[in-house]
Write a protein that binds this ligand. Structure first.
Ligand code: AOS
Ligand code: ZN
Ligand code: ZN
Length: 389
């Protein structure tokens, strides 16, 4: 076994888990076109089966996040048993207040108490689902804001948001959490009610200890130092989860580590530095859509990218780095970072996987497994699992 990855590093990697989103297996697209893909799941049970393939080939993805109502089923205990039979578990429950005409001008922030009631009730229903699935986290992303200055009373909306969240938070049981995701734009373009980590932090901190911030890596303005935000939220003890993906322009939801592998490395360096790696309080999740690439291999590639970059972050010589920082050795400190980033850990990881009974090359193993051919033949009529459904 290669000595590049020490037993300590391998021990940390062995514990790593990345939650996959049910919606990654459905067809998705842009507002211009949703391409149909052979083998697309026809229901949530089939999405779970596809997610289980990712775990089977990587050992890295033991849980699946669900989106309500996209993944509403009659019998969640049957879904839970189905997942467990396939070696995975149901994970975070995501609410959805962005596809209903009533929410055109807001949901949890709406001026109209009846619409706020409906949106709060939806979240209470999500918590009912969590009780059945055994999920810990309710993840809330709000598509709320305004398009024109003067259109909305931004201050009043913050107050109503806090009131609504308080009611939702009060319904959680002691082992459940609320995770509030921020995003600086889209679908609203002038103001967004939860645009940044500071607003999410301000909203959750007054709810209680079990309210946390979700950081989606695609939800910042270009050039934002995301690793700084990771550091700060870990420092404050409020980093509840990551939605990993990558972006070139907007909220592209591309494969994590594809657009800017160095950024993913820098984020993971801060995760390790701040005690966020394998810390149960910090959930690693993917939030991606595969518009043109195959979905299951897209997810396999993604979890492997997170694993590879975590290994590089763990390789960072922290002692040398701290020494250079203390000495004011600017270029020396930077060289320590770059040495870790440029280390190719792929052969060592392949060897380690094999030693644990996993395929050395999960992408190739999946391609050779015949699963894709089977679902292409079996699943006729698979549709958008989510959007527009
Ligand atoms: C939206 O931009 C967010 O990233 C949410 O996490 C959303 O619920 C998810 O992308 C599914 O659409
Ligand atoms: Zn997200
Ligand atoms: Zn997003």
């Amino acid at each position: 076994m290669s000595t590049q990855l020490t037993p300590e590093i391998l021990g940390a990697l062995e514990q790593q888990a990345v939650e996959v989103p049910s919606w990654a297996y459905g067809n998705s697209g842009t507002r211009f076109k949703v391409f149909g893909t052979p083998g697309t799941p026809r229901d949530t049970f089939e999405k779970i089966a596809d997610a289980a393939e990712v775990n089977r080939h990587t050992g890295l993805a033991p849980t699946v996040a669900l989106h309500i109502p996209w993944d509403l089923v009659d019998d969640f205990s049957a879904l839970r048993a189905h997942a467990e039979d396939l070696g995975v578990r149901l994970g975070t429950i995501n609410s959805n207040t962005f596809q209903d005409d009533d929410y055109k001008f807001g949901a949890l922030t709406h001026e109209d108490a009846a619409i706020r009631r409906k949106a709060i009730d939806h979240h209470l229903q999500c918590i009912d689902v969590m009780d059945e699935t055994g999920s810990r986290d309710l993840k809330i992303w709000l598509a709320e804001g305004s398009n024109y200055p003067g259109q909305a009373d931004m201050r009043g909306r913050q107050d109503r948001l806090q009131e609504s969240l308080q009611e939702i938070y009060a319904r959680l049981s002691a082992d459940q959490r609320l995770v509030l995701e921020y995003k600086f734009f889209e679908p609203a373009f002038y103001h967004t009610d939860v645009p940044d980590w500071g607003t999410s932090y301000a909203q959750v901190v007054s709810l209680g200890d079990r309210a946390m911030v979700c950081l989606d890596t695609g939800h910042h303005a270009p050039g934002t130092n995301i690793e700084f935000i990771v550091m700060q939220l870990l420092r404050l003890g409020r980093l509840g989860s990551f939605d990993f993906n990558s972006r070139f322009y907007a909220d592209d939801d591309l494969i994590v580590g594809a657009a800017d592998p160095f950024q993913l490395f820098r984020i993971l360096v801060e995760v390790v530095r701040g005690g966020g790696l394998n810390n149960p309080d910090v959930a690693f999740m993917l939030d991606q859509c595969h518009n043109v690439e195959e979905k299951i291999p897209g997810q396999i590639r993604s979890v492997l990218n997170v694993q590879e970059m975590t290994a590089r972050a763990l390789l960072l010589d922290r002692e040398a780095l701290a020494g250079a920082q203390r000495a004011g050795d600017v270029l020396g400190a930077n060289a320590v970072m770059m040495d870790a980033f440029y280390t190719d850990v792929r052969p060592a990881l392949a060897e380690w996987r094999e030693s644990r009974g996993l395929p050395a090359d999960p992408m190739a193993a999946y391609a050779a497994s015949g699963y894709q051919q089977r679902i292409n033949a079996d699943r006729v009529g698979g549709d958008q699992a989510g959007w527009g459904a």
